[in-house]
Design a protein. Structure first.
Lengths: 462, 190
């Protein structure tokens, strides 16, 4: 009976043969680690052409008045400025605010200054003798809706009065921040002075020059802000042995494009570098970038734009050197199916290509990236995406160590290649991110997965 | 008279010995009714059977005319290669069956690091078979309800040691398997 019961409940077992024939094949897509570009890491001033500069953010004991009333006001060109109101109490019945710094040793000088709210009279720069009783007045002379440039001497060509040395034709003028660039040269037989005026947008309005050959000519001992009639506001004063209308930046990638912004994001100037990585940038729009608190250089090369923040004053006429560092290093597996990357510094450029995926078969593949694991002892922020020649995927996004989006969108790889691009990389401490590159035949029948490891070392920020 | 008594005795003894040593065969009527049935469990092609494989090859899925044996040819590469839905196991009966896979023989040596079958019922993974380990797997029977089917995915991992972008990884061969199914899930097949 027991035997019968067992038979009744026994299972039926059936087996079918199943064969899997495995024939490995070469990888259909091979990755290569790209060469790291040099990225800007620091800006240093490598020249000392500036004798004195001021953005008139506060009253300075470096200056003395000869007539007029002078005060720091809030409506300067970016920040404060120096307001001067003539009272006919200075040299030549005008008013001067002169820099208490003898300049006799210089045979050539440049003075740059911005002038605002000038509606009438003569407003500009005075070069004064050591006795503080003769001067050259280099000024803009607004009259209604027009203005002209003038160079006068006081008690030089005319022993007892003014003498006009040069005057430009009148040009259309509305009150604005005009930049004056004055070049002074003490030549053997003359004092030569030239003046250029630029509009607020940096357009040259007019230029004049004059020579003073009078026996009463003098080497400039003092430079002064000068106003004769009415009032005006002065700002961005630069006294230099080089033209403050331009500054030079070296250490750039050849033919890089550079833009200088103040800290508030206003464009100051822009230029292209030459083959040696040197650019001359017009800064007539802002001789002292911002309020002398540095700025941001945007350096664009090879489709990547890198911002470089600096806190050193950016002054027209000076030369600056951009220091660069290698962004990353890495190696691919000998089969081209895995890679490890080491980042050395924060990277705030628009894009940093780290890996290229090269198709070696004729099939179409769909590719995406997945962030599988992130180990970070401190905050880490970055985005990673795929790029083709004309489009890019949605990115993987990590913010402050948190994975906001672990996948890229899928991109087609049918011919040519795709690049893996990193951007907005910021970290304070070492991190490790493990990703895989998912490469599927376009019909989804088979997928291969290549590991990709990103390590952040060094770098970091305050 | 004495001689006749001896003959009679010998005859009786012979009969008695014959009775003691003779086999007894007894026959009762018993009937085994063998009625072959159509296979309740069959192989069918997956959505990626005979579709494109890497490097111009094909995911070849060959199923015999009775749908009770199958052969699959795959062409994985370095790192991890995943084949989705290259074979299905279908229950064409209305009753539940229980499924396992017996790895009879496998690949050894070369760059192969792992080889697995992932078994899915719909979107739910219901079993995993290590193809580099012989024996019946997984530990628990996979339930295949009446009318339902299971999806078979293959996954391979190949190390890159000694490899190059132009060469296939070593570690080719044939993995012989048996699909085992039963009407019960509480016994071990013989």
């Amino acid at each position: 009976m027991l035997s019968f019961s067992n038979s009744f409940h026994a299972g039926v077992f059936v087996s079918y043969p199943l064969i899997a024939q495995i024939t490995p094949s070469p990888p259909p897509v091979v990755l290569t680690v790209l060469n790291s570009p040099l990225i800007p890491s620091n800006l240093t001033k490598i020249s000392s052409f500036t004798i004195y500069w001021s953005d008139f953010e506060q009253v300075s004991p470096d200056w003395s008045a000869r007539g007029g009333s002078w005060s720091v006001v809030s409506n300067g060109h970016k920040g404060s400025g120096l307001n001067g109101t003539d009272n006919d109490g200075g040299i030549g019945g005008a008013s001067q605010y002169y820099l208490n710094m003898p300049l006799d040793s210089y045979t050539e000088l440049y003075v740059g200054v911005k002038i605002g709210y000038a509606r009438a009279g003569f407003v500009g720069i005075a070069l004064i003798n050591d006795g503080l009783n003769r001067l050259y007045e280099i000024a803009i002379n607004p009259t209604g809706s027009r203005a002209r440039l003038t160079i006068y001497s006081w008690r030089v060509e005319n022993p007892n009065g003014w003498r006009l040395l040069a005057s430009s034709p009148y040009f259309p003028y509305t009150p604005q921040w005009v930049t004056l660039i004055i070049r002074y040269r003490n030549l053997k037989d003359s004092i030569h002075i030239s003046l250029k005026a630029y509009s607020e947008s940096g357009v040259l309005l007019a230029s004049i020059s004059a020579s003073s050959t009078s026996p009463n000519r003098f080497p400039a001992t003092y430079v002064a802000l000068h106003i004769d009639g009415r009032a005006a506001v002065f700002d961005d004063f630069v006294l230099s042995t080089r033209n403050p209308a331009n500054l030079t930046v070296t250490g750039l990638p050849p033919f890089a494009y550079i833009q200088v912004y103040d800290v508030n994001g206003s464009l100051v100037g822009e230029a292209s570098a030459d083959v040696n990585g040197e650019a001359s940038i017009s800064v007539v729009a802002d001789l002292v970038t911002g309020v002398g608190d540095g700025g941001v250089l945007i350096i664009t090369s090879d489709d990547a734009s890198c911002p470089l923040r600096t806190t050193i004053p950016i002054i027209g006429g000076e030369e600056y050197l951009v220091s660069n560092i290698q962004a990353f290093d890495g190696f691919a597996d000998p089969t081209g199916t895995a890679a490890t990357i080491f980042f050395f510094a924060n990277y705030t450029c628009s894009r940093l290509g780290i890996i290229q995926l090269n198709l070696v078969s004729t099939e179409e593949f769909h590719v995406r990236l997945t962030l599988e694991y992130l180990e970070a002892t401190g905050e880490v922020t970055f985005i990673i995406r795929l790029e083709s020649s004309d489009t890019s995927s949605d990115p993987i996004v990590v913010v402050n160590g948190g994975i906001i989006s672990p996948y890229t969108s899928t991109m087609s790889l049918q011919e040519g290649s795709l690049s893996i691009v990193v951007g907005e990389l910021f970290y304070r401490n070492a991190y490790r991110a493990e990703l895989f590159i998912e490469i599927c035949l376009s019909n989804g029948s088979v997928c291969v997965f290549y590991p990709l490891v990103l390590n952040g070392i060094g770098g970091g920020g305050p | 008279m004495q001689a006749r008594r001896y003959v009679l005795g010998l005859t009786i003894a012979t009969i008695l010995v014959s009775i003691v040593f003779a086999s007894v065969f007894v026959y009762y009527p018993g009937i085994v009714q063998v009625s072959p049935v159509r296979p309740p469990i069959i192989f069918t092609e997956g959505s990626n059977s005979n579709q494109r494989d890497l490097n111009g090859a094909t995911i070849t899925t060959t199923i015999d005319s009775t749908n009770t044996s199958a052969s699959i040819a795959l062409h994985p590469t370095y790192q991890r290669t995943y084949y989705r839905d290259v074979l299905r196991i279908k229950n064409q009966d209305s009753e539940v069956y229980y499924v396992k896979v017996n790895v009879v023989s496998t690949i050894t040596g070369g760059n192969i690091v792992s080889a697995k079958i992932h078994v899915y019922s719909g979107a739910v993974k219901v079993g995993e078979i290590d193809l580099l380990t012989t024996g019946l797997q997984p530990d628990n029977w996979i339930t295949l309800n009446g009318g339902e089917e299971l999806r078979i995915d293959f996954e391979f991992r190949y190390a890159t040691t000694g490899g190059s972008p132009d060469t296939a990884p070593s570690g080719s061969g044939t993995i012989s398997l048996e699909l085992v199914y039963s009407t019960v899930n509480n016994e071990t097949p013989p």
